[in-house]
Design a protein around this ligand. Structure first.
Ligand code: ARG
Length: 579
């Protein structure tokens, strides 16, 4: 694997710089494969070495590069060392490259290729709590919730693959005045029967109607307030109805998440930590951080000069809590319960200020762990519509993805006979949606376009799935060929070497994603891999080749397929075997 070579090069560098090789491993990078056919595999940037204090940062950098390169000698493993401006390039022995890179794929099983590298071992491991999806009961599941769901799932998968203990948490919007309205309105126009038949739809309808009526019906507003009071006072009848709404919603969501291959370890929510609100308020009080505002609300002063020029309200004058108050209480009790080493919140960027304030207040309360809390913000998506109109439920998106993909598949000449075309269409369609969503920086807004994302050519999720299915069928068709042994000399064609050179970068890509939690590195790596697989597929046929050539080529494709499916799963894409 790439670690083998990186260590060899770091050792040479270490001797030249009189430094231990371990600290130098991260400075050795694999070269990106390009059309220019660079034969080198690794590079060292002398300016990076200078920036990291391994070389004096004064003096002529080109001269420094030349000097350093001349102190490193080639051997049987690293066959060539060359210089280009401020870069030193290394080419490793070709036979060894093939052998080392394909070593992990001796058995036909899922391998953790890339994930157990020395580079990734330098990352801290511990308990990571990832909070994502977090829809609001009775309200719309909008595109923001969809993005939070898939991005959070990716982060949780990645952290888990890197060896962390991951807690996947869904934090439902299950408290607040809207439940007063919902409860009061349900008495008037709700139906238990409809609630059982189509829970999310019915709750949403009741809620929408309630909001409309409340505009001109003071009686309903009063009933809503009284219902919410009853809830806050834990009045059993009100609480039972609320609990029913919540249970039924969770159950429904669980089955929809399942279609996406997503699960949560914990369904928490805003209602859960109300008991801790008092405790938080007392802590703030005792630290002298609480102030009373002009209208009688309890506020925290966030201004740098302590002049109340920037405040955050925590309790209304009637003593009820707000969104941020509940988040404070939730953070404190999560830390107590899970002892997490880091906590990651995934929501759209409109909530960035909210999380900044949350972390600031936690820190001013003396919770030093607030520095291990992080908000991962993402941009807005415009124009996601279904054929029947607006997206209201997560299910709408899935149904639309499925219908459109099924349509495309029925028109495509390459579509195979499938046992369950709906299921395949949904998985391929979701792959398309996720790939599009993950290609750019998460913070960017984008305009949604069904036709563009569902294209089978170009850099789409359909292309990822298509490549995976093709490899799967190639491997299936040649099951009788034993690939446990192979001759690396038979994989020296440019197409094969380029693919293996690309795989050298895999752990670096995962490392980058682990650093900034952006899925774009992995998505673009896999798309490029698929292009390299397509080229290799064209020029390295298995069928009709001599036995030993077929063996070697299959081993190569097996490795590619294993990395591709592992990478897709990390992204939250369910690979299909046939399409
Ligand atoms: N339910 C919220 C919403 O839909 C998102 C919750 C985000 N998480 C949090 N801890 N505030 O906007």
């Amino acid at each position: 694997m790439s670690g083998f070579f990186r260590r060899r090069i770091a050792a040479k560098l270490g001797r030249a710089l009189q430094q231990p090789e371990d600290v130098l491993i991260p400075t050795v990078s694999a070269v990106s494969v390009s059309k220019k056919q660079i034969s080198a595999d690794f590079r060292l940037s002398v300016s990076t070495l200078r920036a990291n204090g391994f070389l004096p940062s004064s003096g002529d950098i080109r001269q420094q590069t030349e000097n350093l390169a001349s102190q490193m000698k080639c051997d049987n493993e690293v066959e060539n060392i060359s210089v280009d401006r401020e870069m030193i390039f290394f080419t490793v022995n070709r036979k060894l490259l093939v052998q080392k890179m394909l070593e992990p794929f001796e058995k036909h099983e899922d391998v953790k290729f890339g994930f157990n590298s020395e580079l990734l071992n330098t990352l801290k491991k511990g308990t990571t709590l990832v909070e994502y999806s977090s829809p609001n009961i009775a309200k719309k599941f909008h595109v923001g919730h969809l993005r939070s769901t898939i991005i959070g799932n990716f982060i949780a998968n990645l952290k888990q693959s890197l060896g962390n203990n991951v807690i996947r948490m869904n934090y439902l919007g299950d408290w607040g005045m809207q439940f007063g309205l919902l409860g009061a309105a349900f008495d008037r126009f709700g139906s238990q029967e409809k609630l059982k038949q189509n829970p999310l739809q019915h709750l949403f309808e009741v809620y929408v109607q309630a909001n409309k009526e409340a505009e001109h019906d003071d009686g309903l507003m009063q009933a809503a307030q009284s219902f919410f009071r009853q809830l806050e006072q834990h009045e059993p009848q009100a609480l039972t109805l609320w609990q029913q709404f919540r249970d039924i919603t969770v159950k429904e969501y669980q089955s929809i998440y399942k279609r996406l291959g997503i699960h949560f370890d914990v369904y928490s929510g805003e209602s859960e930590h109300l008991g801790q609100v008092q405790e938080v308020m007392q802590q703030l009080q005792s630290r002298g951080l609480l102030k009373t505002s002009g209208n009688g609300a309890d506020v925290v002063d966030l201004s740098p000069d302590g002049d109340l020029s920037s405040v955050c309200t925590l309790l209304r004058s009637d003593g009820t809590s707000l969104y941020i108050t509940r988040d404070l209480a939730a953070a404190v009790s999560r830390r107590r319960q899970y002892q997490f080493d880091e906590m990651i919140y995934v929501t759209d960027k409109s909530q960035s200020t909210h999380f900044q304030q949350l972390f600031q207040i936690l820190s001013s309360m003396g919770h030093s762990w607030s520095y291990s809390c992080q908000h991962v913000p993402f941009g807005l998506v415009k124009g996601m519509k279904t054929r029947t109109g607006e997206v209201v439920f997560l299910e709408d998106v899935l149904d639309e993805v499925q219908a459109r993909m099924l349509d495309n598949m029925s028109r495509s000449k390459t579509t195979k006979e499938l046992d369950d075309p709906e299921d395949t269409a949904e998985k391929v369609g979701m792959s398309a949606l996720i790939t599009q969503d993950f290609k750019g920086p998460l913070q960017a807004d984008y305009i949604f376009d069904w036709d563009r994302i569902l294209q089978s050519h170009g850099d789409t999720g359909v292309f990822l799935q298509y490549t995976h299915a093709r490899l799967h069928s190639l491997i299936q068709r040649n099951q009788q060929v034993d690939t446990s042994e192979f001759d690396p000399n038979l994989l020296q064609e440019q197409a094969s070497i380029a693919m293996l050179q690309h795989l050298l970068r895999y752990d670096e890509v995962l490392y980058q994603s682990a650093q900034d939690l952006q899925p774009k590195h992995l998505v673009n790596f896999l798309l490029k891999l698929c292009h390299l697989i397509a080229s290799a597929h064209r020029v390295l046929p298995v069928k009709g080749s001599l036995q030993d050539v077929a063996q070697a080529r299959l081993r190569l494709f097996h490795g590619a397929s294993s990395v591709l499916s592992g990478g897709m799963k990390t992204l939250g894409i369910i690979p299909v075997d046939k399409m």
